[in-house]
Design a protein. Structure first.
Length: 212
């Protein structure tokens, strides 16, 4: 069964470090694991292989009479035992999705919070001041009045989170569809399935607490 990465310790520093949060387009070697990419790679990007691993052709002893029967479908299209399907969803798929949701939700909160430790804050203030003081003769240079303020890192983070949420939604729809071809899904909606799993966990924890 797939091994998914542990959820990282969440902090503003983690969110602002895009290499840690997700793969950076120009970074070949990440200083620390980029959580979203590794999590998706371990579960969703390899979902067909993960599902095939749930099928164990050698589990039943060989029956000589089976050679006269029609050969079963290739393993890639063979239905999977419901118990194995449920175990994969409960122990691998949903926990992986939940961890990513936790990271994205936390970093979305960071992106909308005050950021007094922004290292570029003073630099942006100086650039804004110089822009206001600049004397522009637009007749000589119509482009000289253009001033593109430096984005705050919270704005960059907010844009990143929006993009990653879109990617996450697309990935989950695809994964859930492929699982539905091999397993019995209670719903065709991936988000509803995840919500049902969450409610089940809450009820289980509540029941355990009440018994203590």
């Amino acid at each position: 069964m797939s091994r998914t990465p542990d959820q990282p310790t969440l902090s503003p520093r983690f969110c602002f470090n895009q290499t840690q949060l997700r793969a950076h387009a120009h970074t070949e070697i990440a200083s620390e694991p980029d959580f979203l990419r590794i999590s998706r790679s371990a579960v969703d990007d390899t979902i067909s292989q993960n599902l095939n691993a749930l099928v164990t052709p050698g589990a039943k002893p060989f029956d000589p009479s089976s050679t006269a029967e029609r050969q079963p479908r290739p393993i890639g299209r063979r239905p999977i035992d419901p118990t194995a399907c449920d175990e994969f969803k409960e122990k691998v798929l949903f926990p992986s999705w939940q961890s990513r949701s936790d990271v994205l939700n936390y970093c979305a909160g960071v992106a909308t919070s005050p950021d007094p430790e922004d290292p570029d804050h003073v630099l942006r203030e100086n650039e804004d001041a110089r822009s206001r003081e600049r004397i522009v003769d637009e007749r000589l240079d119509p482009y000289s009045s253009r001033y593109l303020p430096r984005e705050a890192r919270t704005e960059v983070l907010a844009s990143l989170i929006r993009n990653e949420r879109m990617v996450e939604n697309i990935i989950r729809v695809r994964t859930w569809s492929l699982i539905g071809e091999r397993c019995e899904n209670d719903t065709s909606d991936a988000d509803k399935a995840l919500d049902a799993w969450r409610k089940g966990r809450v009820e289980e924890q509540t029941s355990t607490t009440s018994q203590l």
